[in-house]
Write a protein that binds this ligand. Structure first.
Ligand code: 5GP
Length: 246
């Protein structure tokens, strides 16, 4: 068993070689960062909550017809996943204008986007994840036109699945970021993580924030309560039994 061979250490997850060549073990940590990693704190229970939320969300997305990297959640914080050749593009879908898009363009805060807006950023800390267009992505050699079209199609499909999933539990999906990779046959697979770290989520009634934006705004003591709220609404007792949690 060589599961302790570290392949990659991200800001909130560590990726180890799995038992099989084409599998990885993803460990969700409690670390939370903001501002390109300028601020870093350990938030108790975050890894636990996000790993289970991510597994649950990936299952629902798979049921909706989009292939994900998830193989299984071995235990809280530890996920077995397909090894992917990561595409260095952050695909962002926005249903409502807020965050960086209103700082860069003259959109009024909280304006709905109909249809949703798809944005692609180059995933590169050194260059601060600049916004891409198709020509730049192709010139960088990170995706073909066909792949870019596929990323857009899959991102919009994930948005439809997640919008409904969250609406059913009284949450508005404002925007989110996803990442993709290619399996050994070149198929594009949804990877990385979907959790309150990577989505903006608002309570449908109160419009209270239930995501990492709280941390970005320095409201650190509210973060875990918000994540727990999403967890309690999305993860059923049946899921808890399946994921071996109390
Ligand atoms: P914005 O560009 O407005 O800051 O973010 C848009 C959406 O993408 C938000 O839901 C935000 O959480 C997510 N997002 C953008 N960049 C990142 C990132 O580097 N990491 C994570 N976890 N989420 C991101």
């Amino acid at each position: 068993m060589n599961s302790e061979k570290l392949l990659y250490e991200g800001k909130a997850k560590s990726v180890f070689q799995g038992e099989k060549d084409d599998e990885v073990i993803i460990k969700f940590r409690d670390d939370m960062t903001a501002g390109d990693g300028a601020r870093k704190e350990s938030m108790g229970q975050k890894g636990y909550l996000n790993s289970i939320l991510c597994a649950k969300i990936f299952e629902i997305i798979e049921e909706g017809g989009v292939k994900t990297q998830l193989i299984e959640l071995n235990e809280p914080c530890v996920m077995t996943a397909m090894k992917l050749d990561v595409i260095p593009i952050e695909v962002i879908v926005r249903n409502i204008a807020t965050g960086s898009i209103i700082r860069k363009f003259p959109f009024e805060d909280k304006t709905p986007f109909n249809p949703p807006l798809v944005q692609m950023d180059f995933k590169d800390d050194e260059f601060h994840d600049p916004m891409l267009n198709d020509d730049i992505a192709k010139a960088l050699g990170i995706a073909t036109q066909e792949e870019l079209d596929k990323l857009r199609e899959l991102a919009l499909k994930v948005n439809e699945i997640m919008k409904k999933m969250f609406k059913d539990i009284g949450i508005i999906l404002v925007d989110f970021k996803i990442e993709f990779g290619k399996d050994k046959d070149g198929n594009i697979i949804l990877g990385d993580e979907i959790s309150p770290d990577s989505c903006r989520l608002w309570d449908s009634e109160t419009l209270d924030m239930l995501d990492k934006e709280l941390f970005r705004q320095g409201k650190d003591d509210e973060v875990i309560d918000a994540y727990e709220e999403v967890f309690n609404r999305l993860v059923s007792d049946e899921d808890k039994a399946k994921f071996s949690i109390q």
